[in-house]
Write a protein that binds this ligand. Sequence first.
Ligand code: WTA
Length: 690
Amino acid sequence: TNHLRHVESLTTLPSGAGKIFPLNAVILGEALASEEDDLIFSNKDFSNQAHVSSPQKYLEMYKRSIVDPAGFWSDIASQFYWKQRWDEHCVYSENLDVRNGDIKIQWFKGGVTNICYNALDMNIQAGLGDKTAFFWEGNDLGKGATLTFNQLLSKVCQFTLFAHAQLANYLKDIGVKKGDAVIIYLPMLMELPIAMLACARIGAVHSVVFAGFSSESLSQRIVDCKPKAVITCNAVRRGSKVLNLKDIVDSALVESTNNGVSIDVCLTYENQSAMTRETTKWQIDRDVWWQDIVSKYPTTCEVEWVDAEDPLFLLYTSGSTGKPKGVLHTTGGYMIYTATTFKYAFDYKPSDIYWCTADCGWITGHSYVTYGPLLNGSTVVLFEGAPNYPDSGRCWDIVDKYKVTLFYTAPTLFVNRYSRKSLRVLGSVGEPINPSAWRWFYNVVGDSRCPISDTWWQTETGGFMITPLPGAWPQKPGSATFPFFGVLPIIVDEKGNEIEGECSGYLCIKNSWPGAFRTLYGDHERYETTYFKPFPGYYFSGDGCSRDKDGYHWLTGRVDDVINVSGHRIGTAEVESALVSHPQCAEAAVVGVEHEVKGQGIYAFVTLVGGVHYSEELRKSLILSVRKQIGAFAAPDRIHWAPGLPKTRSGKIMRRILRKIASGQLNELGDTSTLAEPSVVDQLIALRDT
Ligand code: WTA
């Protein structure tokens, strides 16, 4: 009944200030958009062809998904291939309340399936064998390749057999089998999704590590999940640079051996455009060239049928403490959820060409480069390079070249140079998009023609949680709008009380959804503590959110110590621990500041050990220390030398004040009288511009 009330309130929400809109306006086909309410209506032709063509249709579907989740999701799941159907009496079971025992989420328990089989074999059986699955665009202009669904399946099968062959040939005792972890450290070559799908096909658990992470981060992840093999390539071209990935892996493997985890097989793809074999460092008993092995195997391979709740992958993500968390997703629910969210949030049609600029090293590349689109039989563009190489028009070049219709990216600035006539729907993720950036994206990139899907979600949620459905609702620039089917977002105050109507507070989710993560690998207690204990009864997202009078949701950013830099999620504690590992750094406090291009930039306050003087050289070496321990993408934009940090009398750093200093809001420092030494604030301000 509680749930029902929520739905009911939603249906009556859009009725502001005596006017009946937007709901009725859209239903009646009247344009009642007013400046003050900043509503952007999608054009009728778009709505008419959309999967969800009106707010009414959305509400009907949403309502059913909340009132009868089992029926709603079963109907969708029935369109997929299951070797054995799930237990009809228990489509899902959940406990999100720590007061009632262990947190537990299960969907389609007892169902037996395989996500790779659904993404490839099933689409081929449906006649898509000769359809292009991947358009691969290399870093350098003119370099590209394509794979049809048939070819992709062959490549995946050859590769899975490699994994089986290890059992027989290389790793007599420790062959890769169902349930084993495999680390994939690859750039955006087609081999990356191929390796992911191959793991999925044999029931192995992939853990992709973004190829921008340093050897120390990589080894930390290897030590945590103890993979049976590491898959990498020798090097990659990124913009005008060549990155030697194999060297990074080599040192990661030395380090993990020192920490008690040694790896017997390092399968290495020879990426000839970046580096030849001859110049690649090699350890004969451990390293294997992909090209020497994989192509020798047959191009068909049986699938390993797995339970819906068997793990599909681990993906490490940053939290508010230093240690990355291994977010674990299982098979059945994740499959249904990514496929369904992809279909509706992008209004996917078989003729679409889809490009997501994310790297498979992040969740977006898992759910919306690989699984979601392929499960729908979509053609996907994969891009190896950097969006600004050779110049900032590259993205639009790619859009025009492949006639991309669905374009999904993190909000960043581009130059208006190309036609982009092909575009149909634009998507954005990773950070709150401010209304002026929204308008730019809408007016300039989309020629005021394409709806924008500002998708709010997280590594933990597996798929979109709050997102516009193009053509359904009028949009408000900067709002992620309404929940996806089956999701009950709520806003709570500090005490964990649900607040209704127009409000702002902490964003929580009240129920489970099929794509939810099930645990943190090896640390179920941390899973409960981080996500379910702060507001008992609910999943806590870590984000702030407000809801306006029409029920639209506005994300306001993280409320914990996590920052989002160019769509990369970074824990401030990780950057701090990298800084203090520098022998001359005594203490560090890192905060996020608004950054025109990256969304958020990293601003680090550092105090030095006694007798050391701050210098340009030291600044560089502090930054280097972060690059080495985490990766270049986490390098601070600004180091602010601090003789002392503002602390309370009990020694807690007052980050609130640091955030204000970093963002130059010097008149809004608030009460500083509780500081142990209020004078440090003046010192810090004086040193701001040095
Ligand atoms: C942020 C990325 C505002 C948010 C898929 C979240 C967003 C974090 C949006 C998750 C959005 C993601 N508007 N903020 N549309 N989408 N975020 O795990 O702070 O890398 O908690 O997943 O990104 O980052 P993650």
